[in-house]
Design a protein around this ligand. Sequence first.
Ligand code: LLP
Length: 405
Amino acid sequence: MLAKYFKPSLLKEIAEAAGTPVYVYSKAVFLKQIASYEKAFRGVDPLFCYAMKANSSRALCALAAGGGWGADVVSGGELYRALKAGFEPGKIIFSGVGKDQAELEYALRSGILFINAESFEEVLGLERAAARLKLKAPVSLRINPDVDPHTHKYITTGKLGSKFGVTFEEAEKIYRYAAESEHLNPVGAHFHIGSQVYSAGPYALAARRLAAFMLKLAARGVGLKYADVGGGWGAREGAEMPDPAPLAAAVDGVFGGTGLKVILEPGRSVAAPSGLLLTRVVYRKRGGRKNFLIADAAMNDLIRPALYGSRHPVALVGPGRGAEKVYDIVGPVCESGDFLAEGVRLREPEAGRLLAVYSAGAYGFSMSSQYNSRPRAAEALITGARSWRLIRRRETYKDLVAAEL
Ligand code: LLP
């Protein structure tokens, strides 16, 4: 269980000093998750590109960069933050279905490893951008391998009919075009089948399809260097990442000995267990047959329960008193979808008590908003047994209007 990494005394100290709601991350857990990938993938020796969308806080990204990892970015903004966090440009890849000309030029000027393009039109746009800059753009294609990863439909991305990638047939045409172009350099092929995937089977299937395609392509004169198998390895709420060894075996089984450099883009499995959302009970109340705890964190801070039905374990910080009751933990936002957790058993937490919402390190802060004009939460990093530091200040009311003209 993750609680052992987040000592109640430290959490209380952080809440006192930084206020609530506050995201609290553990450096130790983040590094542990990174280490488990490195251990499992020793034989494959991939380039790990941390998927910044999971959590783009500079302090966490810097930990990944410091461990020699690259970054997977999906917007000009993420590229900017990746460079600021210290990722080497030559280890950054740029994915996403809708990169515009300005973003493509920014990526090319920054000298990133390659761009994962997702349509012929995007490749033509990339070619134009490269021509303007008088260089050759390193390009990889995201291919939709038509594999079902058996996860939530919003985060299933590698089945035909999703907006992502191109078919193998289309990819072949694009690679042939790119190979002839003065301004394109086809270097890789990519798939990402989805997120919160718990078994290696779908990866193995997608990898076999990709490898067969790459082999065929090489025989037709287009040899590629990189096989990018995306991210998506799951981490159940409340738990650390399951051993990625089966994933490593599946990838190695297909690409081992091919001479291709494998790229992996993990996000959630590294960041989710590393963070929790710390919130205080504002009020208790009964509504119908339900007991509600109204917390000072809301769906604008953590939208995952409302959007994906995710169930994050919630625990009292420190010991509880009295009998256990079942609570719905909700926020102050004016929507019935504003809940952090439903049906949680807790010992009577009075107003002012701290609650820890676990496994919120990925897609928590990064998906947060100012909805209901709520300033975004602060972020803190636990750096040692008794040490922590603020890594992002809480937004103020002034921040809410700062960009308005
Ligand atoms: N690579 C690509 C191209 C991706 O689209 C994603 C995630 C990743 C890598 C990282 O996947 P991960 O290792 O984090 O599963 N907001 C949702 C998750 C969206 C995932 C989007 N793509 C959630 O909170 O569950």
